[in-house]
Design a binder for this molecule. Structure first.
Ligand SMILES: Nc1ncnc2c1ncn2[C@@H]1O[C@H](COP(=O)(O)OP(=O)(O)OP(=O)(O)O)[C@@H](O)[C@H]1O
Ligand SMILES: [Mg+2]
Length: 508
């Protein structure tokens, strides 16, 4: 016995039982396993949930790089690679725990079989009941292919490399349910559906595009769920910003989703996400494109509210920011470092403001639906992922000028030039440096506001609208909708002048 220290190994049974309480559920546990397959460069991941009462199993197989015998033994150790170790930039792991903690949160017996290039198939098993039965507290990692029934031996036979996890004794999911227990079986099926939704969301950026991977659940490929509906026309992406702190960078891009009247009922229901529209607003944090947080205001002093539900903000982190962002083992939490709070609040406020407008101003949307495309002076165009701002040629004043001018080509060239030279980079920089420091429309020139109202109003009247209609259109139009009092004053005066004219006509 050394006089300086005692060896204080944790008891294997006790520690494993405690690790079970990390708080995984079936979908988050499987996501952790999929992480490993993706890191091992798998192209396909097959997840099978096989109902067989108390003998139900979950089998997760991939065609990734696999592990050698030494690699597998190391991988089975809790804490196989510590959180402080340097990892390759595309590694989805951090703690050296996931495979073990996620698996044993769901099952009492984890068997891993793996095959790497030019090495034989190897098998190792953590069996919680076996470890308890030895009464020694030893970390006995069982080995040998005969741990598995012969039908399992060939699972990797057709693959050059790959890994399979067998989850047996699923005490959380099925317990000791009998084969014909319909309630338990229904529960099992429902959990499979939850797994599908969760993986579709967490890995959506891996499931589409070049080099995409496939995740098959009970034989069916999982379709990605994109929270930003990037392929829908009516989505309003705001410019992305890169926030730099120390050596780290995060890229933030808000998306304002369309008003529900712009989506089909089916699309709208699908876009809600597994937990519903309200729950899925806020920041979406991705680490190496893998989703950690699916909509949260991150404790920045903002609540989830119905009228902000169209705001979804994408945040992209690399895996070198893990400690700063307090990523947890389950990869379900991330907390922004304090230095970023202000910037994130600013971006959140801007996105929430815009989302609330779209949510509330059904009027605007309805006007547009009624074919009235004249309301917006600027329209926002996204082409091949790039944003352009265009002057709306159907705006009444633009139409009037184009109609009246003797030199249409020059006016068109001018509009084109204005559009091509929108100083977006400068606006973005100014806004980042001094948020809320932009002058509002007509802030320093009330008389210009009045003139603009008059010009647009009479342009509409000239174009054949009746006055009541033109007044209504003016009230819904940017930026006049922000000046209801001045607008009312202007319209009163128009009405007064009108009645004076009529009075004069009568007297004649
Ligand atoms: N499907 C797989 N294919 C190849 N190697 C794997 C596979 N699953 C796990 N491994 C190896 O096992 C190791 C341990 O995995 P585990 O999930 O426990 O920890 P981690 O991924 O390193 O970190 P984290 O705890 O953050 O998930 C991995 O680092 C990897 O080397
Ligand atoms: Mg892992």
């Amino acid at each position: 016995m050394s006089p300086e220290f005692d060896i204080a190994n944790p008891g294997a049974v006790e520690l494993f039982e405690s690790l079970r309480a990390f708080g995984y559920d079936l979908p988050t546990a499987l996501a952790d396993i999929v992480d490993n397959s993706i890191t091992a460069r798998a192209r396909n991941i097959w997840i099978d949930l096989n109902w067989k009462g108390a003998d139900s199993r979950i089998i997760i197989r991939d065609d990734g790089d696999g592990m050698t015998e030494m690699g597998l033994v190391q991988a089975m150790r809790p804490g196989s690679l510590g959180p402080l170790a340097e990892r390759s930039a595309n590694d989805l792991g951090r703690f050296g725990l996931g495979m073990k903690t996620a698996s044993i949160s769901q099952c009492r017996c984890l068997t891993v079989m793996s095959k790497a290039t030019s090495s034989t198939t190897v098998v190792r098993r953590w069996d919680l009941d076996y470890i308890a039965s030895t009464g020694t507290g030893e970390w006995r990692l069982l080995k040998g292919i005969d741990l598995l029934p012969p039908t399992d031996h060939e699972v990797l036979a057709d693959q050059a490399t790959g890994t399979v996890l067998f989850w047996d004794r699923l005490d959380q999911l099925v317990g000791d349910a009998s084969l014909d227990d319909e309630v338990a079986q229904r529960h099992f099926r429902e959990r499979a559906d939850a797994v599908k939704l969760h993986l579709a969301m967490v890995f959506h950026r891996f499931l589409r595009g070049r080099n995409s991977i496939r995740i098959h659940l009970n034989g069916r490929p999982i379709e990605p769920w994109d929270p930003f509906l990037e392929d829908a026309d009516a989505v309003d992406p705001m410019p992305s910003e890169t926030l730099v702190f120390g050596n780290e960078e995060v890229v933030v891009k808000p998306f304002i989703l369309p008003h529900h009247s712009k989506l089909s009922a089916e699309r709208h229901a699908l876009a809600a996400g597994p937990k519903g529209w309200n729950a899925h607003q806020g920041f979406y944090i991705y680490r190496n494109r893998r989703l950690l947080v699916a909509g949260d205001w991150l404790g920045l002093g903002m609540q989830k509210e119905e009228h902000y539900k169209l705001a979804r903000i994408r945040v992209d982190l690399g895996n070198s920011s893990d400690l700063i962002w307090q990523i947890d083992v389950k990869k379900s939490r991330a907390r922004p470092p304090t230095v970023l709070h202000k910037d994130l609040q600013r971006l959140a406020r801007a996105a929430r403001g815009r989302a609330a407008k779209i949510y509330r101003h059904r009027g605007k949307v309805l006007q547009r639906q009624h074919g009235d495309n004249q309301v917006f002076l600027w329209t926002h165009l996204v082409r091949h992922g790039k944003t352009f701002y265009k002057v709306n040629r159907d705006h009444p004043l633009v139409r009037k000028v184009l109609g009246d001018t003797g030199d249409k080509a020059a006016v068109r060239a001018l509009l084109n030039l204005v559009e091509q030279a929108v100083p977006t980079p400068l606006i973005v920089i100014n806004n980042a440096e001094a948020p809320n420091a932009f002058g509002g429309p007509f802030e320093d020139s009330p008389s210009d506001l009045r003139q603009a109202m008059e010009a647009v109003f009479f342009a509409m009247v000239d174009q054949g609208r009746n006055r009541a209609d033109a007044a209504r259109a003016l009230a819904g139009m940017e930026p006049f909708n922000h000046f209801p009092e001045q607008l009312a004053g202007f319209l009163d005066e128009v009405a007064r002048r009108e009645s004076e004219i009529q009075e004069l006509m009568k007297r004649r």
